[in-house]
Design a protein around this ligand. Structure first.
Ligand SMILES: Cc1cc2nc3c(=O)[nH]c(=O)nc-3n(C[C@H](O)[C@H](O)[C@H](O)COP(=O)(O)OP(=O)(O)OC[C@H]3O[C@@H](n4cnc5c(N)ncnc54)[C@H](O)[C@@H]3O)c2cc1C
Length: 267
């Protein structure tokens, strides 16, 4: 993606977003020794040997502004895609309707009438629950996942190095992503276990996190239940990502892929 941005002449604009660079992954060792580096991206012979972490909305705004400079580009927001326009077995565009600003797609007492937008190629990128994909008759293959994640933004600089850091806890696994002035912490727990973990209240859970991750204890001090952003982890992908006139992209094509190998027991 970073090379692609360079090739599009957007590398400098992206650099101005101040993305945080993650250099690899390392695992801490007991007794406070040097963490063991398990992934070192700096050894890659590429222009950008790191993962750039930037807020998704900043990247989308950058792309929309760059696209707006192209002749013939038009961005229609507050528009709900309803399904493909199919002619002679090929997709020739999309059925859509305007939706009131701020309202989720598919709501409203008096929906606007449907309209059609014709196109040579229609890209489907309406998230993992893609309505367009469904309406196009494309069904992804899914694999069972035994865990879910709470994402938490933990403010403050930490003693973390600039690497992704997986950590074990008592019955929990943590992924810590340094983001400059905060840490993006993923708390991985067995599927369905959220209510049980919260049974003792948010304060008991905060204590547990702080004991498992002492270097984040100060940032976790004000943790409230609404700070836990639940992500249902899914693993799915389309076997064929296209049909005539239509290409699926992003989560609509694959959520957390590639799928695991058969030996992982998830086949
Ligand atoms: C809590 C959370 C944390 C994550 N953290 C990370 C991370 O740290 N790093 C990372 O790489 N990935 C992360 N991901 C995954 C990442 O967000 C997705 O892989 C990525 O956003 C997929 O992009 P997308 O364009 O396919 O779909 P989305 O980003 O989901 O965008 C789909 C868009 O389509 C719109 N839409 C939906 N239906 C319709 C319709 N019918 N008509 C019109 N518009 C529609 C939606 O409103 C949305 O704007 C995270 C995901 C979640 C939920």
């Amino acid at each position: 993606m970073l090379t692609l941005l360079d090739e599009l002449g957007l590398g400098e604009d992206f650099a101005r977003l101040g993305a945080h660079h993650v250099q690899g992954a390392s695992i801490p060792v007991a007794g406070g020794g040097e963490p063991v580096t398990v992934v070192d991206l700096s050894r890659l012979r590429v222009q950008h040997p790191y993962i750039a972490m930037a807020p998704q909305w900043d990247v989308l705004t950058l792309l929309a502004e760059a696209a707006a400079r192209e002749p013939g580009f038009e961005l229609r927001t507050n528009a709900e895609a309803l399904g493909p326009v199919v002619e002679g077995g090929a997709v020739r565009g999309v059925r859509w309707r305007p939706v009131p600003p701020g309202s989720p797609a598919g709501t409203g007492d008096r929906p606007e009438p449907e309209r059609e937008l014709h196109a040579t190629v229609t890209l489907v990128c309406d998230w993992r629950g893609s309505a367009l994909r469904r309406e196009a008759g494309m069904v992804p293959r899914s694999w069972p996942v035994p865990f879910d994640v709470w994402w938490v933004r933990v403010p403050g600089h930490s003693a973390l190095s600039e690497t992704l850091a997986p950590r074990g806890g008592r019955g929990l696994l943590y992924v810590l992503i340094p983001r400059g002035d905060y840490v993006q912490a993923g708390i991985i727990f067995p599927r369905g276990g959220g209510p049980g973990l919260l049974a003792g209240g948010i304060e008991a859970l905060r204590r547990r996190f702080s004991e498992d991750l002492p270097e984040l204890a100060a940032g976790l001090a004000g943790l409230a239940e609404e700070d836990l952003k639940f992500l249902r982890v899914e693993l799915s992908r389309l076997r064929t990502w296209y049909r005539r006139g239509l290409i699926c992209l992003g989560d609509a094509a694959h959520t957390m892929s590639p799928p695991p190998p058969p030996w992982a027991g998830w086949a």
